[in-house]
Design a protein around this ligand. Structure first.
Ligand code: PMP
Ligand code: GLU
Length: 396
């Protein structure tokens, strides 16, 4: 079949692919521990489910406005007013079918062939594919453990060209868990302020923070608001990945453009999920804090355990629920005819020999890492590390 060129070059999502692979292997009866998933393992809190049940029973089962329910937009505005003291108007909010959809809308509305999108690596896998899908050219900024996986203002300054349209910034980061401090955000802001550049600021992991790290929302700085696009949603904070609600907060012309796109593609996001999302945004912070306490316990265990495995080096993430250990020591090694040349080879080896599924660094733009999610039970994590230790020790 002759497909359009923009689809021919699109790669499947590896983060979603690993989860699908784990499910397929389990259906075949294989004992696989899945550490690939980018979703909280907790159930959606009860108050949120109740709001959805109530919505169904009260007959809220029809279309809403294309760009989302006014009440949900108000709840988003109230959240930002409460947290950063800025009053957005509901006309600056678009409700989409997940944060990924919000992001896709924004990129499609802003970018086209001839534009450049600046993307710090390691990046979440969909950034690069969405950038290419829009016709724009991704300009990747490399980072490493030495800079705690964060870009510097100098790096940003030297990447900006007359074709630069968007900087994509994600904090806390998927896949590294890196969190930009207030001073780091302000230093980047100085560069941004000097240029004609939109900033897409993905803060989907904003509430999942450890060790006293704070989330600094770029919208706290009024001077950047006319070129700032916030991407957020309920998936991670409220364990609602399957409900498919995300949102975008941006200048009104962009919201109008995205509303046109949604008006011809998806219409409104699921009405019942929107009702549930209002309850989520109005819920007590404790429902999130309880999950973070558990994530934190697992994070401490996992980072310490990985650093005890010979050859692995793992930074301590400040947020999100991923670790991103360096596996360079295992590249070029082999076992029973299997040669490990890439982090993808290592992931295949860990899966086949150890029954542990993790995501290769190649999905996030680096070649010497693997991403391990700790959105799973402590028991699974303990078993997974012991399997990894065993099969890695077999490599010559
Ligand atoms: N941004 C980042 C950084 C993510 O990790 C994810 C994970 N799914 C998303 C956006 C999209 O979230 P959603 O499930 O709401 O589409
Ligand atoms: N964002 C999550 C991840 O990185 C979920 C999967 C996806 O949407 O890519 O694994």
């Amino acid at each position: 079949m002759e497909l359009a060129s923009r689809v021919r070059q699109l790669q499947p999502s590896q983060t979603l692919g690993i989860t699908a692979l784990v499910q397929a292997l389990r259906r075949e009866g294989k004992n696989v521990i899945g550490l690939g998933a980018g979703e909280p393992d907790f159930d959606t809190p009860h108050v949120i489910k109740e709001a959805a049940i109530e919505a169904i029973e009260s007959g809220h089962t029809k279309y809403t406005a294309v760009s989302g329910m006014p009440e949900l937009k108000e709840a988003v505005c109230a959240k930002y007013q409460r947290e950063i003291g800025h009053k957005f108007s509901p006309q600056q909010v678009l409700i989409a079918g997940g944060a990924k959809h919000a992001l896709a809308n924004a990129i499609m509305a802003l970018c086209e062939s001839g534009h450049e999108i600046i993307i710090p690596a390691p990046y979440w896998t969909s950034y690069i594919e969405l950038a290419r899908f829009s016709g724009a050219t991704p300009v990747v900024l490399e980072t490493s453990e030495d800079s705690s996986f964060k870009i510097t203002p100098q790096q940003l300054e030297s990447a900006i060209s007359p074709r630069s349209k968007v900087l994509l910034l994600n904090t806390p980061s998927n896949p590294t868990g890196a969190v930009y401090s207030r001073a780091e955000i302000e230093a980047l802001l100085q560069v941004i302020n000097r240029h004609d550049l939109f900033v897409v600021f993905d803060e989907i992991y904003e509430k999942i923070l450890y060790d006293g790290h704070e989330h600094v929302c770029l919208a706290s700085y009024p001077e950047v608001l006319d070129k700032l696009i916030l991407i957020n949603g309920v998936s991670k904070t409220y364990a609602m990945t399957g409900w498919r609600v995300g949102y975008l907060v941006a200048p009104e012309p962009l919201i109008k453009a995205c509303t046109k796109i949604q008006g011809h593609t998806t219409s409104n996001p699921c009405t019942i999920s929107q009702h549930a999302s209002i309850a989520a945004l109005q819920a007590e912070p404790e429902i999130v804090e309880r999950m973070v306490v558990e994530f934190d316990e697992r994070r401490r265990f996992l980072v310490a355990a990985l650093n005890e495995v010979n050859g692995l080096k793992c930074l301590t993430p400040g947020g999100a629920f991923y670790t991103y250990p360096n596996i360079a020591a295992y590249l070029g090694r082999q076992h029973a005819g299997t040669k490990i040349e890439t982090s993808m080879d290592l992931c295949n080896y860990l899966l086949e020999e150890g029954g542990v599924a993790v995501v290769p660094g190649e999905a996030f733009g680096t070649s010497e890492h693997i991403r391990i999610s700790y959105a799973t039970s402590m028991e699974n994590l303990k078993e997974a590390v012991s399997r990894m230790r065993r099969v890695l020790a077999q490599l010559d």
